[in-house]
Design a protein around this ligand. Structure first.
Ligand code: UP5
Ligand code: MG
Length: 195
């Protein structure tokens, strides 16, 4: 996809910052295809016959990053399938969250147009994730895993945001507001990028 046939927007932000929630709304109003790296990994984990089930399960529970080969292959496949059906605009949610992924994806799959980044205090994210954990069934929505996810986000994923920020390719939105208000801020921010 190196010749600009697809446009890719990365959506980053801490665990529970609202990436998935906001992406769903953008799909409805702006015709994006939403690809959540976490959702793709969870689907692969529960796919019968997957070679990576256990590896993915461990990384998700421990809040660490699954090796890039696995995640990039899943994303590339999903982009390809949707492209063949005529889609060209993609929100890639929760990826790249490590420098090696950012570089490999942009070199071998597609360059990102920009990154939509949700700024969010940890206290807010913690409250949301603990609440969601009552019903989500996610193996990482518990206090031990959440703490590890926060740590990985700060140590491993923030450098990716800084890397794109230095290139002038990060659009920041505060997540600490109602879903509707955040969405209105997202739309305003995207307008500055011609969307
Ligand atoms: N909520 C949302 N917005 C709200 C608002 N404005 N006000 C009040 N409540 C709000 O939202 C979280 C919860 O908050 C929901 O209950 C929602 O209703 C409420 P959501 O939209 O789900 O937030 P999101 O940022 O998507 O949170 P998520 O938990 O999905 O973020 P993570 O980044 O932690 O999870 P992800 O699925 O991306 O990754 C999980 C794991 O997969 C990682 O920890 C890692 O182990 C692995 N992974 C990789 O290894 N590599 C990758 O590339 C990607 C993932
Ligand atoms: Mg999500």
């Amino acid at each position: 996809f190196s010749d600009g046939k697809v446009s890719v927007v990365f959506v980053l932000g801490g665990p529970g910052s609202g990436k998935g929630t906001q992406c769903s709304r953008l799909v409805k109003d702006h015709g994006f295809v939403h690809l959540s790296a976490g959702d793709l990994l969870r689907a692969e984990q529960s796919r019968k016959g997957s070679r990576y089930g256990e590896l993915i399960a461990t990384h998700i529970r421990e809040g660490t990053i699954v090796p890039q080969e696995v995640t990039i292959a899943l994303l590339e496949q999903a982009i390809k399938e949707n492209f063949e059906k005529g889609s060209t605009k993609f929100l890639v949610d929760g990826f790249p969250r490590k420098m090696d992924q950012a570089i490999t994806f942009e070199d071998s799959v597609a360059k990102s147009s920009f990154t939509l980044f949700f700024e969010c205090p940890e206290a807010t994210m913690l409250e949301r994730l603990m609440e969601r954990g009552k019903t989500s069934g996610r193996t990482d929505d518990n206090i031990e895993s959440i703490k590890k996810r926060f740590r990985t986000f700060v140590d491993t994923s923030m450098p990716v945001v800084e890397y794109f920020d230095k290139q002038g390719k990060v659009v920041k939105v505060s997540c600490n507001n109602t879903v509707d208000q955040v969405y209105s801020d997202v739309e305003k921010a995207l307008k500055t990028r011609g969307i």
